[in-house]
Design a protein around this ligand. Structure first.
Ligand code: ADE
Length: 227
């Protein structure tokens, strides 16, 4: 898989790339690249944003700047690029990222992520240059970099080789294996701590009963029961 992140702050991703599952995914063939809008702006003195028409606070990332960066990276008309790869603008009002969307994106051969800053994108970026608008939740961040990292993190975990055990991303919260329900509780040693005990079934060694217990716990969590 190939992911290009368009951002004004490529250094923000240094920590992310150091994470083990990200490093594993890169070692297993993921190509993760960054494009700084500022390196390709057609405007003088590195300008990338402008004040909003109609007035109002903040600055808006310009459509000509985003187009120039896409054109420079892919060498073709960004409007046509949309037929070849998903171009995802990270924006608070987009489709909220969930496990189904993460699965869908993990199945793509290539993704382009557009991070915004300040007041966000000129609307024409979303209308004409992006294929998707994705939000990581209904709140506003100072920029799309954290949102891009969240999306990448969730997608990369699904790629073969990213996690230590192939199983670990299969049966986890919100996965199909659990019918979209939250995951069941986990416990480890010590079996008793300050009088807090571990459910006996987990210590029984009885695999079928453990499985039933876990599915029941997951179902109860989905129904909003405590625990
Ligand atoms: N940019 C700013 N806030 C965001 C959010 N909640 N999701 C995605 N991108 C964003």
């Amino acid at each position: 898989m190939e992911i290009d992140v368009f951002t004004l702050f490529p250094p923000a991703f240094a920590w992310f790339e150091g994470q083990r599952h990200v490093a594993n995914a890169i070692a297993s063939g993921l190509r993760l690249g960054y494009v700084n809008y500022r390196d390709h702006t057609p405007l003088s003195s590195g300008q990338v944003d402008d004040t909003p028409f109609g007035g109002g606070a903040g600055m808006v990332l310009r459509v000509d700047v985003v187009e120039a960066a896409l054109q420079a990276r892919y060498g073709r008309d960004p409007v046509k690029l949309r037929t070849e790869r998903r171009v995802i603008a990270l924006t608070p009002g987009g489709r909220v990222l969930d496990d189904a969307l993460v699965d869908e994106l993990a199945g793509e051969p290539a993704l382009t992520l557009l991070s915004g800053r300040y007041e966000g994108f000129d609307e024409r970026v979303l209308e004409h240059l992006a294929t998707d608008r994705v939000s990581i939740g209904r709140y506003v961040l100072a920029g799309g970099e954290l949102a891009a990292m969240v999306l990448c993190d969730a997608v990369l975990r699904k790629l073969p080789g990213a996690l230590g055990h192939e199983e670990s991303a299969v049966e986890e919260s919100f996965s199909r294996a659990l019918d979209g329900a939250p995951e069941y509780p986990h416990y480890t040693r010590p079996a008793e701590y300050r009088g807090w005990t571990v459910p006996g079934v987990l210590l029984s060694g009885h695999h079928a009963r453990i499985r039933d217990w876990r599915l029941e716990q997951s179902r109860r969590r989905a129904a909003g029961e405590p625990g």
